[in-house]
Design a protein around this ligand. Structure first.
Ligand SMILES: [Zn+2]
Length: 75
C-alpha cells in the first residue's frame, strides 16, 4: 500500500557522482553532497585512478573534514 521510497535511499552510484566547487562531490541523481564512504560501489573497490582523481579534487577545496581513521598530524 504505497510504500514510497524516500530520496535518502539513493545509493549515490559512482556513475552519478560529479566533482563540484569546494573540493566536494555531488550525486547528480539526488543532488546530495557525498563523501567517499557514502558512494556505491565502495570507494576502495573503484581502483587507484578513481581514488587519485577523487583525492586530487578534494584537495582543491577548503580544509577537508578530519578523518577518524587516519592518524592526525602531531600538533
Ligand atoms: Zn544520490
Amino acid at each position: 500500500m504505497g510504500r514510497s521510497m524516500p530520496m535518502l535511499a539513493c545509493t549515490h552510484h559512482v556513475a552519478w557522482i560529479k566533482p563540484v566547487a569546494g573540493g566536494k562531490h555531488q550525486c547528480t541523481y539526488c543532488k546530495a553532497a557525498v563523501a567517499k564512504k557514502e558512494i556505491y560501489p565502495k570507494f576502495e573497490d573503484l581502483g587507484p585512478t578513481f581514488q587519485a582523481q577523487w583525492d586530487a579534487h578534494e584537495k582543491t577545496g577548503p580544509a577537508p573534514a578530519p578523518k577518524a581513521d587516519a592518524p592526525a598530524a602531531a600538533h
